[in-house]
Ligand binder design. Structure first.
Ligand code: VGL
Ligand code: ZN
Length: 199
């Protein structure tokens, strides 16, 4: 059975929001239509506490989009976004939620960022999404939403690693950085993922 995962269609990622993806609002009707083709639809919601460590505002002298060393890797710093219970963190009102059976929140740990709907970036804490999908009999996931080069990609990639067939629906996602997305797409398809839909 296949499941549509709608990633982070929240005000802060849409035009007018704190970390807006250009043209993101055009995806709303596309995703609403897309939902009709799936027996199961779930969503994710970026849900950060005030003062989350991924916010540039928490690092002296740093600007949004600066990249800093972080644990054993690197981290992009973001404008404050999707702060719990703020309007920017709400799923957009034009996203049809009638068929969304569950919403998985992520990014709640102040010290760790979490792009994937399955785990935080260190793979230490699971959201429960994998178990949920398995219990529902899902063997294939299609991922759409925002942003293509961060949360959509990380979610689709974790799905592959977990043994699901995984596909990114290209006409229902947009990247923060188009160049970054092209690179990531290559990695994803080499891993066995598929990219469907026309841009
Ligand atoms: C996202 C950056 C920071 C995303 C979330 O949804 O792609 N990107 N937090
Ligand atoms: Zn975030």
């Amino acid at each position: 059975m296949k499941c549509l995962i709608i990633v982070d269609m929240q005000y802060d990622f849409l035009p007018g929001g704190a970390l807006a993806v250009k043209g993101g609002d055009r995806l709303l009707p596309v995703i609403n239509r897309l939902q009709q083709g799936y027996e199961l639809v779930v969503a994710t919601q970026d849900w950060h506490p005030v003062g989350h460590k991924s916010f540039a505002s928490q690092h002296e002298g740093k600007q949004p989009f600066d990249v800093i060393p972080w644990g054993s890797g690197k981290q992009t710093l973001w404008p404050d976004h999707c702060v719990q219970e703020t309007p920017g963190a709400m799923l957009h009102e034009l996203l049809d939620q009638r068929r969304i059976e569950a919403v998985f929140r992520k990014g709640m740990h102040a010290e760790i960022d979490s792009y994937s709907g399955f785990y935080d970036n260190d793979h230490r804490k699971s959201t429960g999404l994998a178990g949920y999908l398995k219990e529902r009999g899902v063997d294939e996931v299609h991922v759409c939403g925002l942003a293509a080069d961060f949360c959509v990609y990380f979610t689709a990639n974790d799905a592959l690693e977990l043994g699901f067939r995984a596909s990114i629906i290209e006409n229902a996602t947009l990247p923060i950085d188009a160049g970054n997305y092209e690179t990531i797409k290559r990695v994803f398809t080499e891993m066995g993922g598929t990219v469907s839909g026309e841009k």
